[in-house]
Design a protein around this ligand. Sequence first.
Ligand code: FAD
Length: 508
Amino acid sequence: MSNMQKTDVLVIGCGIAGGTVALKLADKGIPVTVVTRTNEPVESNTYYAQGGVVYKGEKDTPEKLAQDIMKAGADHSDLKAVNILANEGPELVEEFLIKRIGVSFDKLANGHFSFAKEGGHTEPRIIHVADATGVAIEDELVDSLASHPNINLLKGMTAIDFIKNKDKCLGGIFLDQKTEKTIQIFAKKTILATGGFSSIYLHTANPAGARGDGLAMAERAGIKVKDLEYVQFHPTVFHMIPESRFLISEAVRGAGARIVKADGTTVMDYYDKERKDMATRDVVARCIYEEIEKHNLEHLYLDLYSYIPKKTILERFPNIYKTCLNCGVDITKELVPVIPAAHYACGGVVADEWGRTSLENLYALGEVACTGVQGANRLASTSLLEGMVFANRTQQDILENPGNNVEIVELEDIEISKKYLPLAMISRYMKKIKSIMWHHVGIIRTIKELKMAVEELEEMSKELDYYYTEFELTDDLIGLRNACTTGVMVTKAALANEQSLGCHCRRD
Ligand SMILES: Cc1cc2nc3c(=O)[nH]c(=O)nc-3n(C[C@H](O)[C@H](O)[C@H](O)COP(=O)(O)OP(=O)(O)OC[C@H]3O[C@@H](n4cnc5c(N)ncnc54)[C@H](O)[C@@H]3O)c2cc1C
């Protein structure tokens, strides 16, 4: 492979956001190059989505959905973006997910969708494929990308930075993990769809790849970002595995499960009398955290078996059942130990209603972007929809403004040293970042801890910059440096905002 390529549209990432925009453009005859850092292109946050996608419930309206999003987002969401999502989302689910890529969402015996309800929703409106909706979507999406004649899908290539010419994006520089060489891809339009950053936290529901690569690239390129302090913590992550990554979907509470103490007494009645376990995630996560701290516990529990019939548990949550059973917990008979864990980035690279960023010819989509929909706290099961809706709009914008020629500039070759930074050292640094983020930039934040975190992360950042220039570039080293940069960005945002709102809670 030459170390220089060109394409009309370059898409970085192939989760729901990157995959949707790539496929839609390719269907219209546009040549697209899609790059993903993993060798298994399905690996992404999208793949792990459990609960489902917001659609249109039987008594639902776009206005009701918009109201729920605004309320969950603590009125910090951008109403224009929210209305776009609420009005354009359901039709796209049908047109793209169901008809174009062929996802078969669960239906009841009467042929109607099996609608679920999650925290903060006033209507059952979430459609799903059992409790593994992401697998069903991402498998179909990647199959469609891989077999499309207009798509060049490149795996095992890590985006390092954007190529910029003054205020324009010309493409990106990538590390080919196999050859260990860098390649430059020039494009008329570049789309950043690298997902979130919640795996920079010790306890997280995200896979290891969610390390903030796109956000750190944006920072180095001077692109506008916002709302980074609003990190959503999911209330219920399985606590049997240390540094657990397995989420127990909110849909189990939608089906009736309750958060309880070891003796089975419920917790949320005390904290939110009206909504109880169906309060929004920021509220539930904070309550669990406070309960754990107050009584010096390791975790609380989810009780499914007292509230949901065994048959329903097995039919509706087969994946959760199997995973917990493999760790020795039978959810049809036993309480499930849970803790809150970092889950979703509400903020990100500022993107307008067409996905456009502050850098010309660069778009941002999905979890890396901040369209304004998610405000200070995301409403459950809206992010797959958000990725898709704005991907569709970006596609329209590119079709209307395809750009002229691919502009190519001479870049100096990146010097690659032959010394490898030992993996043990990379992992030691990563653990340190995760620990700082969890303990000092977590669910409850104080000025003292945030200042300490900035200091430590900035110090580490200097050390990592040195390793970055002196040692062989690897995907791990790139990710470590990005995780640290992202940690600094999130912590500074949390420090700068003294007002508690949604998932940002200051107790100074
Ligand atoms: C356990 C779990 C359950 C969830 N459940 C739901 C749910 O039920 N409903 C819902 O709406 N949302 C859910 N979410 C949130 C939702 O899955 C994500 O917000 C959404 O999938 C993000 O999509 P994305 O396309 O932006 O990013 P991702 O799906 O994360 O895709 C990112 C892509 O970028 C690539 N990439 C990253 N860095 C680089 C780099 N440096 N170079 C090249 N490629 C790179 C990745 O390999 C991947 O292809 C859940 C999330 C998790 C983790």
